[in-house]
Design a protein. Sequence first.
Length: 85
Amino acid sequence: MADKLRTQQQLESLQNKYIGTGHADTTKHEWTSNIMRDSYASYQGHPSMLLYMSVGMGCTVEEVRKHCMERMVLPVGAPPRVEEE
């Protein structure tokens, strides 16, 4: 029983420390947004990946970096509307 409690406490501390880990109430939109934001942050953190993407897109590295930063605002679009009952 103590192992189960310890595991739950460790999970809760990870969820508090790292926003993208998710929890039982995480929606699909939040989950995919976190994944895309992590991806864009990774692209910006690896200059060779930015260079590779800029060659493929036919633009400069700075334009690709700017595009990644802009996409981090709403990475998968606006959240879905919630119907109230």
